[in-house]
Design a protein around this ligand. Structure first.
Ligand SMILES: [Zn+2]
Length: 397
């Protein structure tokens, strides 16, 4: 008989059970800059590792596989799904190798659902490389990897980015190949059905998130420089996110760290560099509100460069500005203000957990018999039951 460890994590879950009518889009997204630019492509891995180019599609795939091949003890490559045109939507799962059988919260970075907003695509590849390369030499990053499961999806809309063909990002556009804006295509928690059916890229992302237990994430965009926190569907006057004060603090730390390198960054929307999404402009069917509302994960939208297709000669500068902020943001997962953990020991390794949601007892069925978990004395909210690495979210009503 295998001994099974069950951890129960408690998350406050304010605002789960009510809905309000959304407002229509207030105005369109920010236009791209008209500055002249170069979009130099790396057509080999060696060129890409110089970090002054964008990858061709094949080099991108090669690089993700190269990470997994070179650091098999630290990472593995997940396929989130396929785009409409059959391109891979990939995620690199990274965690430290020195500890086993320890609960580690899961973090997600995901970039470039708008195919032409490619700065984050480059930054995420370079972040993968830095995290892997620094394990065992940087105490800071070694500790981060040993305590966190980090998932990095550099490109969530590959058909949009390679709209002009696999060998260039010059023809990149916002949409997927069905001309759908993927950030207006998520189920809306506040009542507005999307105009188009749920696209394959978004179906795959939702399924991936449902298979995991992400507590914190960020969705990387471009066209502005601002940290855009929930809600997108409402102005702060209409409905304030329950974590808005926390979002402001986290956003300020992110922006301040970046400005130590370049004081001019994050200034095009306001002087602070962060904004309540709906106060900037209201949208419906965005990913941010969907994941915050339905999956109880905290996600914000990072707009990281005023130029959507950042000129390749600026890529290294943006990395120098943003790399420490991006690493520090992952660490915030260990400082979520309303999360506590406690361990409860159970036995057996196959299980079924019900009912969900519950007002009191939760049954955990195993081949050898049932166990139960009594949540009746606990506050309402979301509990995460982790049984041998299998996470199940339980809502306590
Ligand atoms: Zn965008």
């Amino acid at each position: 008989m295998k001994r099974t460890t069950v951890f129960v994590l408690f998350l406050l879950a304010g605002g789960l059970l009510f809905a309000q009518k959304p407002r229509p889009d207030a105005f369109p997204p920010a236009p791209d800059t008209l500055a002249p630019k170069a979009l130099t492509m790396a057509s080999t891995l060696e060129e890409m590792y110089q970090w002054n180019r964008y990858p061709t599609y094949n080099v991108y795939i090669d690089m993700m596989r190269d990470f997994a091949d070179r650091y098999p003890e630290l990472c593995h490559l997940d396929t989130i799904g396929l785009s409409i045109e059959g391109r891979l939507i990939l995620s690199l799962a990274i965690t430290g190798s020195s500890l086993t059988d320890v609960y580690r919260p899961e973090f997600l970075y995901s970039s470039t659902m708008h195919g032409d907003e490619i700065t984050g695509f480059y930054l995420m590849l370079r972040l993968c490389d830095t995290l892997l390369r620094s394990y065992g030499t940087s105490p800071d990053i070694t500790s981060l990897l040993n305590t966190t499961r980090i998932y990095i999806n550099p490109l969530s809309n590959p058909d949009g980015t390679y709209h002009g063909g696999d060998s260039t990002v010059a023809g990149a556009w916002r949409y997927n190949s069905d001309m759908v804006d993927l950030n207006r295509n998520y189920p809306d928690p506040f009542g507005t059905p999307p105009l188009d059916s749920l696209q394959p890229e978004n179906q795959a992302m939702i399924a991936y998130v449902e298979r995991h237990n992400f507590l914190l994430s960020a969705n990387l965009h471009g066209g502005s420089e601002v940290m855009n926190y929930p809600w997108d569907s409402f102005t702060s006057q209409q409905r304030l996110n329950e974590h808005s004060e926390w979002w402001k603090e986290v956003s300020k730390r992110f922006v301040d760290t970046c400005r130590k390198v370049d004081p001019m960054r994050f200034r095009d929307v306001n002087h602070r560099g962060y904004v309540n999404g709906g106060d900037w402009y209201v949208i419906s069917n965005g990913r941010q509100d969907y994941f915050n509302y339905y999956h109880n994960m905290r996600e914000l939208t990072m707009e990281l460069s005023t130029s959507k297709k950042l000129s390749t000669h600026l890529l290294d500068h943006y990395w120098q500005c943003l790399s420490q902020s991006l690493i520090n943001y992952i660490k915030e997962i260990h400082h979520l203000d309303d999360t506590t953990t406690e361990g409860i020991q159970l036995v057996d390794d196959r299980y079924c957990v019900y009912p969900n949601p519950t007002r009191g007892k939760v049954c955990i069925d195993t081949p050898q018999g049932g166990r139960s978990l009594d949540l009746s004395g606990r506050p309402s909210g979301v509990y995460i039951v982790n049984i041998d690495g299998h996470a199940v979210k339980i809502v306590k009503l």
